[in-house]
Design a binder for this molecule. Structure first.
Ligand SMILES: Nc1ncnc2c1ncn2[C@@H]1O[C@H](COP(=O)(O)OP(=O)(O)O)[C@@H](O)[C@H]1O
Ligand SMILES: O=C(O)C1=C[C@@H](OP(=O)(O)O)[C@@H](O)[C@H](O)C1
Ligand SMILES: [Mg+2]
Length: 175
């Protein structure tokens, strides 16, 4: 029988546009481990892109899929894991993150809105992205901070720089 996977080596949290997906891949490459993203897991389970899940079944259904996706990934993945920006709103998810090497990728409004404007659509930011992002961050910042072992600012620097800062913050440089 195969032993269950240990906990993830790194878990990235933070708001949309912080670079969780981009930086997560780079950190996994640097560590030579597998990369996983709960948004991709949810899309695979639902068989459709995230904006379509929001439109067809609504946000509460998306959050249920997300809770299950995070639980499964935390139990079955020992590489780098990026969570969707809203995953930490769920109390059960926050409890599962306790004690894990969680890094909060922080970003300011300007960089975040500039970045998400260039990327795949995020349904929560479809209308008035600046105000929506600000409102969302007001509710979530304390929760990102609560679950995180380290905080890495991402406004300055390339994704490669941020990946190095994540490795430094978790003291994984010599791993
Ligand atoms: N440090 C960075 N500097 C510039 N652009 C970035 C940086 N990190 C991410 N991006 C860009 O921002 C967009 C959103 O990144 P993404 O990794 O999808 O963020 P998240 O998963 O946190 O929402 C992508 O187009 C990505 O290339
Ligand atoms: O912040 C959020 O509530 C969301 C963030 C998205 O992921 P990213 O944080 O990777 O953009 C995705 O899970 C969904 O659109 C909802
Ligand atoms: Mg992402």
């Amino acid at each position: 029988m195969t032993a269950p996977a240990g906990p993830p080596a790194v878990v990235l949290v933070g708001p949309p546009g912080a670079g969780k997906t981009t930086v997560g891949r780079l950190v996994a490459d640097r560590l030579g481990v597998a990369y996983r993203d709960t948004d991709a897991d949810i899309e695979a389970t639902a068989g459709k892109p995230i904006p379509d899940i929001f439109i067809d079944q609504g946000e509460p259904h998306f959050r249920e899929l997300e809770r299950a996706a995070v639980r499964d990934a935390l139990a079955g993945h020992d590489g780098v894991l990026s969570l969707g920006g809203g995953a930490i709103m769920d109390e059960a998810t926050r409890a599962l993150l306790r004690g894990l090497p969680v890094v909060f990728l922080d970003v300011g409004l300007h960089a975040a809105v500039r970045r998400v404007g260039l990327d795949a659509p995020r349904p929560l930011l479809a209308v008035n992205p600046r105000q929506s992002w600000r409102d969302l961050m007001e509710k979530r910042r304390p929760l990102y901070t609560e679950v995180a072992r380290a905080v890495v600012a991402t406004d300055e620097g390339t994704p490669e720089d941020v990946a190095e800062a994540v490795l430094d913050a978790l003291q994984l440089k010599d791993a």
